[in-house]
Design a protein around this ligand. Structure first.
Ligand code: PGA
Length: 263
């Protein structure tokens, strides 16, 4: 049975105690469907250790970023061994706010991915075009570039077992974001899967590709009903455990019937 990928990035919100309350409640609310989900939460660095202590392996806890060296003179950075020791098992690389607010480049994302690959992390690479790139009709080229540079040199074995992609169009993210139309999102997912096939062969298509960017109670079902969308990566609408649980319960049956139909 295929698992539904659902997760949230809490950005620079929630103190450690609030983050712990969130994951504890989420675990309790989703306990009966946990086997059907690949459920993950990506809190701030300071919340990782307390969240892991609170829920153990029940919810995958990830980091929002990571330095590309194991140690060194990089004041303010957090390294892979530091994250490993506190129990993070997933690391997100290249979130749009890191790329566009903090000016990270594809080359930097590539170094971080190579570092995450040397350690045992699952890797969530975020890609997405800006509104301007979309208006120039270079969305596909932009996505291909982010994937090909970011994943450059990544071993197929690791990619096929530990890599996830989040497609998050920059214009769809956050308070000013406009959610992508589900058909457009599905088309971009199809394109991402084609690039992954080019990089890793037929099996590259199995790498999970999640949609993110203003996912909410209104559009979640429409998005998950589309082919090529393997899960949802949710910000604001998932920061209340109750609402996150409600979205998961609405999309799960749709995902299940799609999975059956595709078999
Ligand atoms: P949003 O955030 O759902 O609040 O738009 C998505 C994200 O930044 O990952």
């Amino acid at each position: 049975m295929k698992k539904l990928y659902v997760g949230t990035n809490t950005k620079m919100y929630k103190t450690p105690s609030a983050a712990v309350e969130h994951v504890l409640k989420l675990r309790e609310l989703t306990r009966d469907i946990a086997q059907q989900l690949e459920l993950f939460v990506i809190p701030s660095y300071t919340s990782i250790a307390p969240c892991v202590q609170a829920v153990g392996e029940d919810i995958l806890i990830g980091a929002q970023n990571m330095g590309w060296e194991d140690e060194g003179q990089y004041t303010g950075e957090i390294s892979a061994p530091m994250l490993e020791e506190v129990g993070a098992r997933l690391v997100m690389i290249g979130h749009s706010e890191r790329r566009h607010v903090l000016h990270e480049t594809d080359e930097e994302e590539q170094k971080k991915i190579a570092c995450a690959a040397r350690h045992d992390f699952k890797i969530l690479l975020c890609v997405g075009e800006t509104a301007q790139q979309k208006s120039y009709e270079i969305s596909r080229e932009t996505l291909a570039q982010q994937l090909k540079i970011g994943l450059h040199g990544l071993d197929a074995e690791i990619a096929l077992h530990r890599l996830w992609i989040a497609y998050e169009p920059v214009w769809a993210i956050g308070v000013n974001g406009v959610p992508a139309d589900e058909h457009y999102a599905s088309e971009m997912h199809r394109h991402i899967k084609a690039v992954l096939e080019e990089l890793y062969g037929d099996q590259g298509r199995e790498i999970p590709v999640l949609y993110g960017g203003s996912v909410n109670n209104e559009n979640a079902v429409k998005l998950i009903a589309q082919p090529y969308i393997d899960g949802l990566f949710i910000g604001r609408s998932a920061w209340s455990a109750e609402n996150f649980n409600q979205i998961i319960r609405e999309i799960l049956p749709v995902f299940r019937s799609r999975d059956l139909a595709e078999k």
